[in-house]
Design a protein around this ligand. Structure first.
Ligand code: I3S
Length: 123
């Protein structure tokens, strides 16, 4: 690790289109339905917008908010035939698959979300 990466600020992933499939909600399995979502990482949440234009609007029905405190994030090759898929499991038992065609994009989001989860889990 270089000093620059070690001190990279959290919550700096401002927005990008990622493929998202919510596969369970509060422990209840959902039908898998991949959707391109505009994804924004804050200091404690992952915001999923249907459209980039909605980000200025107060979060409503079209936005999903993934609470990252107590979440588990892991790469998976079993839950999808797609490449570069990782899963976020929230502490309330909701499960999301996140995917990008480009490995560096998927990896950047995976690492950013993992760092955020770690920062929320300390003390
Ligand atoms: O885990 P599954 O059921 O194989 O997921 C596939 C389905 O969601 C499929 O939709 P239909 O159930 O309408 O056929 C999607 O088109 C596929 O993309 C899903 O599989 P992948 O491997 O792409 O996650």
């Amino acid at each position: 690790l270089t000093a620059a990466t070690a001190f990279e600020p959290l919550g700096d992933l401002k927005g990008e289109h990622l493929n998202v499939a919510k596969i369970s909600e509060n422990g209840k399995k959902q039908r898998k339905n991949w959707t391109s979502m505009w994804t924004v990482l804050t200091t404690d949440e992952l915001l999923l917008y249907k459209d980039k234009q909605e980000t200025g609007v107060k979060p409503g029905g079209k936005t999903d908010v993934v609470q990252l405190c107590g979440a588990v994030i892991e790469w998976t090759t079993e839950k999808s035939s797609k490449k570069n898929v990782f899963q976020i499991t929230t502490n309330t038992g909701s499960e999301y698959l996140i995917q990008a065609e480009n490995y560096s994009t998927a990896s950047k989001w995976h690492d950013g979300i993992r760092k955020t989860v770690e920062s929320l889990t300390k003390d």
